[in-house]
Design a binder for this molecule. Structure first.
Ligand code: ADP
Ligand code: ZN
Ligand code: ZN
Length: 742
């Protein structure tokens, strides 16, 4: 038997695994994640290593293979547990062990940690005076100066000693050797949270909050670790519930991880945790430097903090005793990684919790189909918060059929109802949010006469119209002058689809010239804290109307917003993705939830060309259960997750003919190995974006009710790919239960 190990896991050169022989006395004792001692390099220097896998065979000259010396007796550390988690991720999601390790363990960067260095007096004041007299008598002026300063202050900064007092480092060293002082170096971790802890308001929890907290507390006290789904509308007090649960976990000396989608990780949210738990809290986000991020992980490892808040990657915080992992807004797509291993934070969190004896709490107003399905099947426990705290009413919702508006001669993007309500709000000085169900630059150009859509010659996607008369490709950046007449039929009725946030902003300005407008989309939120700035400005009531994409439905609470307008609610229904109905329901429900969060009741206008679609009907009523039941029928009928599991094999290459052939053979092989298991195989097809930057793409879908069978098929396909030369120029990635289109 052989073991694969990695050396020095936090090093940048985490690029390969090494094979070692397992000595007979260690056979059967080694486990993945264990720390061992191995001889390494030409000089056979002893090094610490982690076991990451096993094999019966070995590709190298077996005579040259070195042997593991021993298992290090130390307790399994946080890192070893993460190595074991990485091994699970590799198995569960595909890819290599190195890719999995790089995901869970942050790489040490060569940035210097900030240090504080000072000099501390060790001798008593009396002894110090004696030394001072001695130095003065001997005319050792520098030493005397230092001694004098140390008699005044027991500790002085090292900089002060060498620069202001002009004492040489050598002189300091001499005094240190004489036992008079000590040079102390303290690591100062870069702490991204600098605020002071404040007094917290004490709440009387609602009945529903109390019940949820108690269910968790009871199980936790008895050592029962489960996954809970906290289903509560926005404003029902979920965050308060998380904080109570976390307090229980901290009391037992365990730690908590709180995952929040990056976009919702606003100053407001973080400060709530900080006010409650003080500087035992740390945050992670993409705007931190790699040095800051590394420091946060170090602080977690050495027990400096107990709570880590952050997006997906915070899941891998190396806490020694994780007691609770919270995933807020668990339905969010961003919890699925787009890089290999394409892991889902929900499943990976549950696995980490299982391995380390922790609980998981998922929270959402619109739970994912997966989470709710698992509650129904008894895998998770459902906790409900049905009402908003302080009995605030949910908003009234009006669904407007835009086809009818057109028939009645209204060609504007605003229905008569929305226009009327906007005027009313502006007069009352209440705020309005206009939500565009799409990314900001989706203004694709189309011909109203023949339907022609100009596309990027490299990427096969529609070009978007930008202000200034340019059409732009959002995959590769290709630009072209806007066309005046349709290249296909010659009609002059060709223009940008009126659905970009920029266009909406211009229209709002035209129809409501007195209104102050803010826009939030990919273009306006660039730069440090860009989106935070816009949200704070709107929260500070610096504008009457905020226009934005899905970004605006998260994060801040805006008590003065009493009207939410949802323009073109059905745009997200037309993506080529089996989750589009779910996504539409979530977006509409979350957007509607922004209205009336203050004392005044809110109203919501949903504009649609498809008012009878069940996603829109149930979102308008804020009726999750009915939506779930109907959507689940569709998923079961089609065999889509969560009814069954779906594995995508994404193939890409530069030679389209060769790619086509390789995809075809992979499918043939998949058919052969899947025959006995009755897996369904679809494709290979060109994905939605068939070509990006002149790289062609194909996709093969394999479906089965059992995940473990899909994993077996994946393992066989990986072997096949590795053995066949024809696949060398082709990149293949696996994606389980994919989210979104490729
Ligand atoms: P959610 O996370 O479900 O959107 P929050 O926890 O943010 O809800 O709660 C919404 C608002 O209500 C917050 O301002 C919060 O401080 C407040 N709140 C929560 N629980 C209570 C309570 N029991 N009594 C009074 N206010 C509460
Ligand atoms: Zn045309
Ligand atoms: Zn392009």
């Amino acid at each position: 038997m052989y073991a694969q190990v990695i050396i020095d896991i936090t090093h940048e050169k985490l690029d390969r695994v090494f094979t070692y022989c397992i000595p007979s006395e260690l056979e059967g004792m080694l486990q993945i994640g264990m720390e061992v001692l191995v001889p390494f390099g030409a000089s056979n220097k002893e090094r610490h290593a982690y076991v990451v896998g096993f094999s019966d065979t070995c590709d190298f000259d077996t005579a040259k293979i070195k042997t593991i010396q021993k298992i290090l007796e130390e307790r399994v550390g946080a890192e070893a547990k993460l190595v074991a988690l990485a091994a699970w991720m590799k198995e569960h999601y595909g890819g290599t062990m190195i890719q999995a390790l790089k995901t869970v363990i942050p790489v040490k960067k060569k940035e210097k940690p900030k240090q504080k260095k000072y000099v501390r007096r060790l001798v008593s004041e009396a002894a110090g005076r004696e030394r001072l007299a001695f130095f003065e008598k001997k005319s050792q002026k520098a030493r005397a100066r230092l001694m004098e300063a140390l008699l005044e202050d027991e500790e002085i900064s090292y900089d002060l000693v060498t620069k202001k007092l002009n004492v040489s480092p050598n002189a300091v060293k001499t005094l240190e050797e004489q036992g008079i002082l000590r040079v102390v170096t303290e690591h100062i971790y870069r702490n991204p949270l600098k605020q002071q802890r404040e007094e917290t308001k004490e709440f009387v929890h609602t009945q529903a909050q109390r019940e949820a907290i108690e269910r968790f507390a009871k199980d936790y006290a008895r050592g029962i670790h489960k996954t809970y789904l906290l289903h509560g509308v926005t404003g029902s007090g979920k965050t308060e519930v998380y904080m109570e649960m976390i307090a229980k976990v901290l009391k037992r000396g365990e730690q908590a991880i709180v995952l929040i989608p990056e976009i919702a990780l606003t100053y407001q949210t973080v400060m709530r945790f900080y006010r409650r738990f003080g500087d035992r809290v740390s945050i992670m986000h993409s705007r931190l430097s790699s040095g800051e991020r590394y420091d946060q992980m170090e602080r977690a490892k050495c027990g400096d903090i107990d709570i880590m808040i952050g997006p997906r990657s915070a899941l891998f915080t190396p806490f020694a005793n994780v007691g609770l992992i919270v995933i807020d807004e668990e339905h969010e797509q961003t919890y699925k990684s787009e890089q290999v291993p394409r892991f889902h934070a929900r499943e990976t969190a549950i696995q980490r919790a299982r391995m380390e004896g922790a609980s998981v709490v998922l929270g959402s107003a619109t739970p994912s189909m997966e989470a709710y399905y698992r509650c129904e099947h008894g895998e998770y426990e459902l906790l409900k918060l049905q009402e908003r705290v302080k009995a605030r009413e949910l908003p009234s919702v009006y669904t407007i059929d835009m086809r009818q508006e057109l028939k009645e001669g209204n060609k504007s993007v605003f229905s008569a109802k929305l226009h009327e309500l906007m005027e009313e709000r502006l007069a009352k000085r209440e705020q309005i949010m206009l939500f565009l169900n799409r990314r900001g630059y989706s203004g694709f150009v189309s011909c109203r006469s023949c339907g022609y859509v100009p596309k990027c010659p490299h990427c096969d996607v529609a070009l978007s119209m930008h202000r200034g008369g340019k059409m732009v490709c959002h995959y590769c950046g290709y630009e072209a002058e806007a066309v005046i007449a349709c290249p296909s039929c010659g009609s002059r009725h060709i223009s940008g689809f009126r659905a970009g946030t920029q266009q909406i902003e211009a229209l709002v300005q035209k129809e409501f010239p007195e209104a102050k407008v803010l826009r939030m989309d990919m273009d306006t939120t660039g730069g440090k804290d860009g989106h935070e700035k816009i949200l704070s400005a709107f929260a500070g009531e610096e504008a009457d109307i905020l226009i934005g994409t899905q970004m605006i439905v998260k994060g801040h609470d805006f008590p003065n917003v009493t009207l939410v307008g949802i323009l073109a609610a059905d745009l997200s229904l037309y993506t080529d993705d089996f989750r589009s109905g779910e996504r539409t329901f979530q977006l509409l429900t979350q957007a509607a939830g922004r209205a009336g969060r203050g004392k005044k009741k809110g109203e919501v206008v949903i504009q649609t060309y498809n008012p009878e679609h069940y996603s829109i009907l149930h979102a308008a009523k804020q009726d999750y259960e009915s939506f779930y039941a109907e959507e689940m029928q569709y998923r079961s009928l089609m065999g889509y997750p969560p009814a069954e599991h779906l594995m995508a094999a994404l193939m890409s290459g530069e030679d389209e003919v060769h790619l086509e052939k390789a995809a075809h053979y992979l499918k043939e092989y998949a058919f052969r190995i899947a025959r006995s298991s009755e897996a369904g195989i679809v494709g290979p097809a060109s994905p939605y974006v068939g070509k990006v930057n002149d790289i062609f793409r194909r996709i093969l879908y394999i479906r089965h009710a059992r995940y473990d069978i899909l994993i077996e098929i994946k393992d066989r396909l990986e072997e096949y790919i590795e053995m066949n030369k024809g696949y060398q120029s082709i990149r293949i990635q696996f994606d389980f239960d994919p989210m979104g289109s490729f």
